[in-house]
Design a protein around this ligand. Structure first.
Ligand code: B4P
Length: 198
């Protein structure tokens, strides 16, 4: 199905590192015919290509810290202006701070549109650490070592978790248990969105 601004679907997926955001994002985006946009993937692509943004992001992401809001906000604004995002999008890993929430709200507000739902994936910390250590063996991501993983969990609790309260107040959050298998979690997300009429 080709989406237009008239039948657009605009979603976020939020959860701690290793919750399964990127894993689930592709399937959800395919189902709704919208692009999955991951800020983490954009940073990793820039690191690989050695761009100026990549040089900055390399140091920050390998520590498990967050890339500055101003840079990330500009990057997402430009990405959402592309043709394929006019019928909606699934943002994976953005917003991650309250300042990013404000930037996204202002951007969508200036277009007279809003989000349809925010998928919140919850997973126990010991499970996510285990998943990311497994990914370290398979993919060798520089931020997948135990010290950085623990730090990223801390950054999530401090910087990102508070934004869920903002979206809860706006009635946008669908809570999904991310502890099952990849397929089980995918089905739970589909059911939760369907229950919301999306
Ligand atoms: P991300 O790329 O968002 O990294 P992540 O939080 O680890 O999530 P990811 O999507 O990769 O992993 P997933 O949970 O799907 O960010 C990386 C870094 O970029 C950040 O630390 C930060 O520095 C920077 N950054 C990104 N966005 C930013 C922003 N908005 N502002 C500032 N900085 C930003 O999966 C993890 C593993 O679990 C996978 O190996 C997967 O196979 C496995 N898995 C998933 N679901 C599973 C399941 N149900 N069962 C078993 N295993 C599962």
């Amino acid at each position: 199905m080709t989406r237009t601004p008239e039948n657009a679907v605009r979603l976020l997926i939020v959860g701690p590192p290793g919750a399964g955001k990127g894993t689930q994002a592709t399937g959800i985006a395919e189902r709704y015919g919208i692009p999955a946009i991951s800020t983490g993937d954009i940073f990793r692509k820039n690191i690989k290509e050695g761009t100026e943004l990549g040089k900055l992001a390399q140091e920050i992401t390998s520590r498990g810290d967050l890339v500055p809001d101003s840079l990330t906000n500009d990057l997402v604004r430009d990405r959402l202006a592309e043709d394929d995002a006019q019928g909606g999008f699934l943002l994976d890993g953005y917003p991650r701070t309250l300042a990013q929430v404000e930037a996204l709200t202002a951007l969508l507000g200036s277009q007279g549109v809003d989000l349809d739902a925010v998928i919140s994936l919850t997973v126990d910390e010991d499970v996510v650490v285990e998943r990311l250590l497994k990914r370290a063996e398979e993919q060798g991501r520089v931020d997948d070592n135990e010290e950085t993983i623990r730090h990223r969990q801390h950054v999530f609790r401090e910087e990102t978790e508070p934004l869920l309260a903002v979206y809860r107040e706006r009635g946008l959050v669908v809570e999904v248990d991310g502890m099952g298998s990849i397929d089980e979690v995918g089905e739970a997300i589909a059911a939760a969105l369907a229950a919301k009429g999306i």
